[in-house]
Design a protein around this ligand. Structure first.
Ligand code: NDP
Ligand code: KPL
Length: 341
């Protein structure tokens, strides 16, 4: 099986390294030439909660040759159209593209390369690109190995190919197969909307959000909007690490808000040091995936006539930071959320 890691950035460097260590025929593909050179010359270095150096083969997209059986899509969603157009001529009828991107890109991917070629997944660990050749694992090794990804077919059927891909990805960490991919992707989306969204809008870590009552309450309001919009579009939310996310479905009188806040502090406390990939993009003065995370709740909210004031505000604040090329100021942006509460 010939495997491509399309986008060997924060996550791709680590995933590509572990698949290479497992002696798979894998190519790490990235536009960053300096990174590609460093990977080939010195191997992929993983720092953070583990320290490893693993020899890998890396190439730029222009160097792609022949067809891939499995492509792990690990570029950011805003580049999907370009990345897939480039990839098309390296796919055959049986090639599989597994999107591990946050958000819910699967339908859009299927419209470009065909439904039968797409499967989806959610990544349950965090990583930060450090410098050419080096990426940092930001989740504990134990949590990463125990629960690395969930993957599934678009229609939830459990197929032979899903089992085959699980076997390959088990080289990275433990993989679960989902029979409810939409529910799995929306459960991860909820985490990204609430915790990653709030951390990005305030320019801080998960821990800073949890430590501030207005910030953590706003994160719960973002989660509540996600549940209501998701359910209105027919999503049955999957459990997240054994937790039922229904706790975020706030009653009209908000009587269950304290329980939802308490749950948030307990569930995300162990990830206090996490800095979301969207905030990493703002720090690099780049556009983030905000349109594909909180923006999905706002746009689906408009279609289902559900009000999403917290997500709408958050999208505006992050887009402003993108335009001004700044990292958001905690106190200043928190004041806008306080006005909404
Ligand atoms: N980082 C994390 O902790 C997590 C990320 N995710 C998701 O995984 C996906 C990848 O995230 P992440 O690893 O952080 O992203 P990164 O930006 O770190 O990595 C993407 C890599 O792809 C490269 N790239 C850009 N355009 C192309 C192209 N046309 N062809 C090939 N390579 C290209 C980028 O190069 P350059 O930088 O030079 O543009 C970069 O090295 C995102 O959808 C994110 O939401 C999910 C869970 C956790
Ligand atoms: C690792 C995690 C959950 C942190 O927000 C993530 O998905 C991201 O950074 O995009």
């Amino acid at each position: 099986m010939k495997i491509a890691i399309m986008g060997a950035g924060s996550l791709g460097t680590i995933i590509g390294a572990y698949l290479s260590k497992g002696k798979k025929h894998v190519e790490l593909i990235d536009v960053n030439k300096e990174h590609v050179e460093a990977l080939n010359l010195s191997g992929a270095t993983i720092t953070g909660t583990v320290e490893e150096n693993i020899p890998v083969r890396a190439i730029t997209p222009e160097e792609m040759d022949g067809n891939y059986d499995l492509v792990l899509l690990l570029t950011k969603q805003m580049f999907n159209q370009d990345v897939l157009s480039n990839l098309q001529s390296h796919l055959n009828d049986n090639s599989i593209v597994l999107s591990l991107q946050n958000g819910v890109p699967e339908d859009s991917l299927a419209s470009i390369i065909g439904k039968n070629r797409v499967i989806g997944g959610s990544v349950e660990f965090g990583a930060t690109w450090v410098k050419p050749g080096v990426s940092e694992l930001t989740t504990t090794e134990e949590a990463f190995k125990a629960n690395a990804f969930q993957i599934g077919e678009l229609d939830g059927t459990i197929t032979d190919r899903i089992h085959q891909i699980k076997e390959v990805l088990d080289l990275v960490g433990n993989i679960s197969i989902s029979d409810n991919l939409a529910g799995t992707k929306w459960a991860k989306l909820l985490v990204n909307v609430a915790m990653s969204g709030m951390s990005t809008a305030l320019g801080c870590t998960y821990g800073d959000v949890l430590d501030n009552e207005s910030a953590v309450t706003s994160a719960v309001m973002l989660a509540d909007e996600t549940i209501k919009v998701g359910q209105a579009t027919g999503v049955e939310f999957a459990e997240l690490a054994g937790f039922n996310l229904g706790i975020f479905n706030l009653a009209e009188d908000k009587s269950n808000l304290p329980q939802a806040i308490g749950f948030t502090k307990i569930a995300f406390g162990p990830q206090a040091l996490l800095k979301p990939s969207m905030l990493q993009d703002l720090e690099k003065q780049r556009k983030s995936e905000i349109d594909y995370i909180n923006g999905v709740i706002s746009s689906n909210g408009r279609e289902t006539t559900i009000n999403t004031p917290f997500n709408d505000l958050l999208v505006r604040l992050v887009k402003r930071a993108e335009e001004e090329k700044i990292v958001p100021n905690f106190e200043q942006n928190l004041s806008y959320f306080k006005e909404l509460l």
